[in-house]
Every structure is written in structure tokens, then in C-alpha cells.
Design a protein around this ligand. Sequence first.
Ligand code: DA2
Length: 288
Amino acid sequence: MPVEEFVAGWISGALGLVLGHPFDTVKVRLQTQSTYRGIMDCIVKTYRHESLLGFFKGMSFPLVSIAVVNSVLFGVYSNVLLALTAMSHQERRTQLPSYTHVFIAGCTGGVIQTFFLAPFDLIKVRLQNQTEPRVQPGGPQPRYRGPVHCAATIFREEGPRGLFRGAWALMLRDTPTLGLYFVTYEGFCHQNTPHGQNPSSATVLVAGGFAGIASWVAATPLDVIKSRMQMDGLRRREYQGVLDCVVSSFRQEGLRVFFRGLTINSARGFPVNAVTFLSYEYLLHSWG
Ligand SMILES: CN(C)C(=N)NCCC[C@H](N)C(=O)O
């Protein structure tokens, strides 16, 4: 099992995360809180109330975890594709495997990375939704004092299964969309690269960006449900499950609720994944 894909996935995922975390914080707040009138209102209030640091709340954990998650995602994808097509990463650069095999490998990576992502994503969402300004001595203490305290508090108050709250919604969100993610990337690279050559850096950047947009547009409806399921259980349980959350959200807020965060997901998805794929390809090429 080639290890370099896992390491390249680790490094490229961390680079993409730092670039995209402020977008992600605004998105999560728009999806789970009704106090903001829109993206700009959320950005202005967050900056005014919490300074620039407010946009980076909940990032320390994902910086560790996204590296692991991205490592698992790219490593599993690449090795499943190797098993399906008997083509190495380098061979695949010049000879496109079937879209079916790419989709299957992407979905497999999506399922497996969920097990690693679920607890970390839960902690990220819980911390991102804490809108208190930086703690002043004697001021109101936020519920969670940091990622480790958040994990310990969830474990104590909601039990070990509490750390996997929203995991089913996360798996339903990520499995098909990660298949689409890799199909979009591989297809765009193949369509825009002369036969037998490696894609240029510009092609990889644009292909990665489009893959990010395509996957996040498809993922946004379940992304909203996932975030709401993760915030459920903080006080009294509001939802009996994913389907109940979907029906209840639709009944209360209409179809538009499933597209909350779509703009910001798309705006974030392009640069984050352009950087992720470019660094991933660069690292594998340099380790060639
Ligand atoms: C749920 N969806 C759509 C995805 N996970 N798409 C793959 C992009 C992953 C990347 N680390 C990012 O955060 O954009």
C-alpha cells in the first residue's frame, strides 16, 4: 500500500484547511443560528465581537484531524483505485481510469474518512457556535474552554456515543459527494491535458477548485442537517434522527433552509481544494 499518498493527503489537507477555516466558521454560524441576516452581517458581527480570532475558532483540532481525515481520504481513494484498475498514481495521470471506478473509490474513501472525521467535526461545530468574545477575567465562561475540554464535556454529558452525534448525516453527506469530487477532478484534468502528458499546475488548480465547488454544492443540503444534528443534544434533544431533522427543518423554514451556506461553501470550496490538489500532486510528483 503506497504510503506517500497518505502523507501527501495529510500535508495538502492541512494547507487547504487553514485557507478555508474562516469561510467554514461563517457557514456553520449561518446554518445553525438565526441571529445573522446574511454572510456580510455574520462577518461584520463576528469581527466586531470576537476580532479576527473569531473566524479561527475551532481550528486547532481540525488542523490535526483534517490532516488525518484528508490523509485517509486520499490514501483510501488512491489504493482502492489501484486495486480496481491496477494503475499507479503516475500511470493514472496519463491514462484516465473509468469514471465508475473513480466514483467507487471516492465513495469508499468518503465512507471510511467519516469514522475519523465525525468526532472532530462535532467538536469543530460546537466550538464555532460559541459566539462569546474572548474570555475576560470574571466574564461569562463559554460552555467549552477548548477542543479537549469540549470532547471531555460531550463525553461526560452525552456519553461516548455523543462524540459521534451527526455521524450518519455526515456519512450520507460525504459518501456520494466525495465520489463526485474525484470524478470532477479526474475528468477535468483528463479533458484539459494533451494525451499522454501530465496535467499542468494551472489545470490541477482549476480542476481541484471545480471539484470542491461541485462536491460542496451537492453536499450543502445534508451539510445543514449534519450541523443541526451535531448541535442537537446541547440542550434538549429536538430531533429523533436525520429524517426527522430534514422534515422538521423543511416544515419550519421551507426548502430554502437546505441551501443555507451554499454560497459560502462554494466560495470556500474552490480555493481550499485548488490548493489541496495542487499540493497533493506536487508532493507526489516530487516524491515520484
Ligand atoms: C462534504 N464534501 C463535499 C467534501 N468533503 N468534499 C471534499 C472536500 C474536502 C476538503 N477538505 C474541504 O473541506 O473542502
